[in-house]
Ligand binder design. Sequence first.
Ligand code: CAA
Length: 286
Amino acid sequence: MTDIQFQTVAVLGAGTMGAGIAQVCAQAGSRVVLQDIQDAFVQKGLQRVRESLEVGVQKQKVTPELRDQTLARLTVTTDRAAAARTADLVIEAVPEILELKNGLFRELAAVCRPTTVLATNTSSLSLAKVFAGVDGPGRCLGMHFFNPPPIMKLLEVVKLDGTEQATIDAVMAYAVRLGKDPILVKDSPGFASSRLGVCLGLEAIRMLESGVASAEDIDKAMVLGYGHPMGPLKLTDLVGLDVRLAIADYLRKELDHPGFAAPELMRKMVAEGKLGKKSGQGFYKW
Ligand code: CAA
């Protein structure tokens, strides 16, 4: 696979998104190292990839050969520096905590080759802050994938003022190689996707809270009336209430817009551990 620009990719964070991103990159022919801070996390991520590939085979979207090749190209580690040192592209998919992401990129910039492209999968945080103080701003940008990464076609490529055109071109070309249809968005809170998607989800929770209709019927309104593949409450369950709450709080502050104020019901559910699909209970029982 010598025609791939990013032959070696390090994916940092082996949660739902990180594991899915690792799968997508390995499936496209890159050698991928999936890293997380504990062996249990990387093993869980690897298991996710195995299961997803198995479903892909069952649905005849993935051949058994591609499944085997993908798994052969994927390794896991808990050593972040080792994963990043040899990578042509680093994609960070750790929790949405600004200080965590910024610290990680500052550390990695010193370890990686100067030509290594540094990408964050953040769904809404300011890229200027995520990459503040990182050496080589021309190689930094956002690669925002969507859940589930192996299925969703969109890749939101987010550029900073200082991102070099060559970096953007390489990532846009790689996105196509990954089977994605990329869009290019400038660094602004919530980019093009989360700003609209989260707003809809929050309003749906407010409607549920005030008894406008049941969760099923609110979702049905968007599925059958607007042709969405999934209603906003079920989607919030899929993404994770905790993830969306953090985004809402951030956008409320950054955009100073009351539409992003998180509903009390959402805070209560998060405090009770009702995080959606990953915890087994959200607006629906999973
Ligand atoms: N591997 C490969 N292909 C697979 C697969 C797998 N493991 N699992 C399913 N597929 C394929 C299916 O074969 C099917 O393909 P066709 O359309 O060609 O038949 C397609 O994927 C859909 O699969 P299903 O029919 O099994 O499932 P579905 O129709 O119920 O769709 C869904 C599932 C794709 C998740 C759909 O409900 C959907 O699009 N929901 C909305 C998801 C969404 O909005 N995601 C974005 C969340 S926001 C986000 O992620 C941003 C953030 O930062 C938090």
